[in-house]
Design a protein around this ligand. Structure first.
Ligand SMILES: Nc1ncnc2c1ncn2[C@@H]1O[C@H](COP(=O)(O)OP(=O)(O)OP(=O)(O)O)[C@@H](O)[C@H]1O
Ligand SMILES: [Mg+2]
Length: 415
């Protein structure tokens, strides 16, 4: 019996790609005109098929009537995933929403290849949840259910950094895949022999990625302008207390933004503004929730992060005109480094732990293969170079290495 038709899918927190092997080479599906990666974003609107990818982001920017969502992968393994809720008059849950996204990926791959894919080989982070083994195990069960609901009859999983090993250029010696994505940081230590044979020595990872960088930048640099840390008067007395953090924390967290548009959160924001010592700040919070500007704000923070990373501007700023004409806040590289430093430390620790599990000294690593959008942050590269001082750094194909590896491994996944 021939092997089932299997599509390799890198379902990422921020971006998704899919492909097949053509001979010995990966071939990625053109998901949108001229693009092999698709933003993992959906736009849910009344009585219309769900829009996904850049079309979803355009709908958000146009201010179309509907609900935009991003970073849905971060909900896998959490109780929020299976809670029934009404979105635009339709009763659904996030398993169904992710399934509709994956069904669309399947359908685009089938149109592009004139084949029918019954099976999927999906990437998964080494740990969806690094601090909670029960959630970590549940997340894979959840993702499997999403693939089955999307119309695949079976799915297998491969650790994302191990997929990236398969697409790495062969070179004898010890290498470390450093995959820093939107939601997780993943590491695989591998050894290649002179005949090109590859051995995986250890894989490890943690739930920390670019969306967490956005969150921390937002909490420290943007949320204070909306009243975070600002004093709220007691309704019955003279004393004041700092505003509670929950609304600000959720507003800074990509996968939580949509939940803030419920009536109770809007009411809580209005209450805070009513008793605020600085109402001009809390009124911005009220406006963001009432006008559903949370994702626009998160995009502004993400753009500010990418700009601060690669700019030679004298005074780089996060542009907040979405909140108020002319409003912005400074974010230069040193400020961003200070904000991200504790997380860089955790990432380096996790990389060091990967090497320790194979009992290997970091000085023996000869190549660092940087993968994932957040590996483009200069502080990530600096931290890893510091850990592995003798390694050459490679970052070709950072955005497609995982998908390429899944595409290459797909034909034999169910054979
Ligand atoms: N030039 C850049 N500098 C810093 N960060 C960047 C840059 N370009 C993209 N990013 C960040 O990279 C992240 C997306 O990376 P990627 O597409 O590899 O993630 P993913 O594969 O979807 O996520 P994961 O594998 O964690 O599920 C986003 O957080 C984005 O802001
Ligand atoms: Mg990824």
């Amino acid at each position: 019996m021939s092997a089932p038709m299997t599509l390799g899918i890198d379902f990422g927190t921020s971006n998704t790609a899919a492909g097949i092997a053509v001979g010995d080479n990966p071939w990625l599906v053109e998901m949108e005109p001229g693009e092999t990666t698709l933003p993992t974003a959906v736009f849910f609107e009344p009585k219309r098929p769900m829009r996904i990818g850049r079309a979803a982001t355009r709908a958000l920017i146009n201010g179309d009537e509907g609900r935009f969502m991003r970073a849905l992968k971060s909900l896998l393994g959490t109780p929020l995933l299976r809670e029934e809720r009404r979105i635009n008059g339709e009763s659904t849950d996030f398993v169904q929403i992710i399934a509709r996204f994956l069904a669309e990926v399947k359908s685009r791959a089938e149109s592009a290849t004139h084949q029918t894919f019954t099976h999927a080989l999906s990437g998964r982070p080494v740990h969806f949840h690094s601090a909670d083994p029960a959630r970590d195990a549940q997340a894979e069960i959840d993702l499997r259910d999403c693939y089955l609901a999307a119309g695949f009859s079976d799915v297998k999983f491969l650790f994302e950094p191990e997929a990236a090993v398969r697409s790495a250029r062969p070179e004898p010696g010890l290498g470390l895949i450093v995959d820093i994505g939107g939601g997780t940081s993943d590491f695989t230590l591998f050894e290649q022999g002179t005949a090109g044979e590859t051995r995986i020595l250890a894989s490890h990872g943690l739930r920390l990625g670019g969306t967490d960088f956005d969150r921390q930048i937002s909490i420290e640099h943007v949320m204070p302008l909306l009243g975070r840390g600002s004093q709220i008067r007691n309704a019955f007395g003279k004393e004041t207390l700092p505003a509670p953090n929950r609304l600000f924390n959720d507003l800074a967290t990509w996968q939580m933004i949509q939940f803030l548009y419920a009536a109770d959160s809007r009411r809580a924001a209005r209450e805070l503004a009513k008793y605020a010592v600085e109402p001009e700040k809390l009124n911005r919070l009220v406006e963001v929730l009432d006008d559903e500007l949370g994702h626009d704000l998160a995009f502004a923070v993400e753009r500010g992060k990418i700009q601060a990373n690669g700019t030679d501007l004298a005074d780089p700023r996060i542009d907040l005109r979405i909140l108020e004409r002319g409003l912005s806040t400074p974010l230069a590289a040193p400020q961003m480094q200070a904000t991200l430093d504790p997380m860089m430390h955790q990432i380096t620790q996790s990389a060091a732990e990967t090497l320790a599990r194979a009992d290997l000294a970091p000085t023996r690593i000869s190549r660092l293969v940087m993968v994932g959008g957040s590996s483009l942050l200069s502080s990530v590269e600096t931290s890893l170079r510091g850990l592995c001082p003798n390694a050459a750094v490679e970052n070709r194909n950072a955005m497609t290495a995982v998908a390429d590896g899944l595409a290459l491994a797909a034909p034999s996944a169910f054979a």
